[in-house]
Design a protein around this ligand. Structure first.
Ligand SMILES: [Zn+2]
Length: 241
């Protein structure tokens, strides 16, 4: 091989390598990026962590026990959360209000029975929009978790919108991330132990669509750690325990 060809080959190899690196850096779910992020996560410090009772995974693979029960306390109106974190949520709503931000809670604790009803009625709605029943069910399950697999069933999650949301929308959409309420939550929710649980970049990991309105209580310590890492709870959780 001529020296020129060798240089050209090495150069193209290097360009491909650089391209891969750039792709890895820009793509938050690339294996390299995940590995780098994982290496940077501090190890769990149970001594410093608060509310460890709330630090567990609820998703399709990790459902609540069928005999799960929870003590409830009011957050606002008829919306309730686990009594151990309802106070954190009340404080968050109150402090947001002091900053001139009205956070409207539209969902909190949901019984397993209610979860089942929601899933069924949403499936029906999708069927009425022209989807086949199998397709409708599959799509519905992407947006509404199966009973026992929702953080709402555990009393650990709040859905928050703007007070005038339903005047301009007929559904909960990702557009919530363009509101001042979302901006406030992005800057402050972690201080009260809540994380935005389903980031856009990790739909494949969480199995749930991007939900800028869904906030999950994990305790203040882990909310800070998770927010800083930029990773979803699934990934973080596996790393620490
Ligand atoms: Zn939710």
């Amino acid at each position: 091989m001529k020296p020129g060809a060798i240089i050209a080959l090495s150069l193209s190899g290097y360009i491909i390598y650089l391209g891969f690196r750039t792709f890895s850096m820009l793509n938050p779910t690339s294996p390299q990026r995940l590995k780098e992020a994982q290496d940077n996560i501090p190890s769990a410090s149970e001594q410093r962590a608060d509310n460890l009772w709330a630090y567990y995974l609820i998703n399709a693979e990790n459902p609540l026990d069928s005999d799960f029960t929870v003590g409830l306390d009011t957050v606002v109106g008829s919306f309730m959360l686990d009594e151990r974190c309802a106070g954190y949520a009340r404080q968050m709503l109150e402090d947001a209000k002091k900053d001139g931000i009205e956070l409207t809670v539209v969902s909190a604790y949901r019984s397993v029975q209610k979860q089942q009803e929601n899933l069924e009625s949403y499936t029906e709605r999708l069927i009425s929009l022209g989807h086949s029943s199998t397709e409708a069910r599959k799509l519905a399950e992407k947006e509404i978790a199966l009973p026992y697999t929702s953080e709402h069933n555990a009393g650990l999650a709040l859905d928050i919108l703007t007070p005038d949301w339903w005047e301009t929308h007929d559904d909960v959409t990702a557009d919530f991330d363009k509101t001042e309420q979302f901006r406030w939550l992005s800057e402050n929710a972690h201080k009260y132990g809540f994380i935005m649980r389903y980031p856009r970049e990790y739909e494949d990991v969480t199995g749930i669509i991007y939900e800028p309105w869904h906030y999950r209580f994990v305790g203040v310590y882990y909310a800070n750690e998770i927010r800083e890492s930029g990773l979803p709870l699934e990934y973080f959780y596996k790393t620490n325990f």
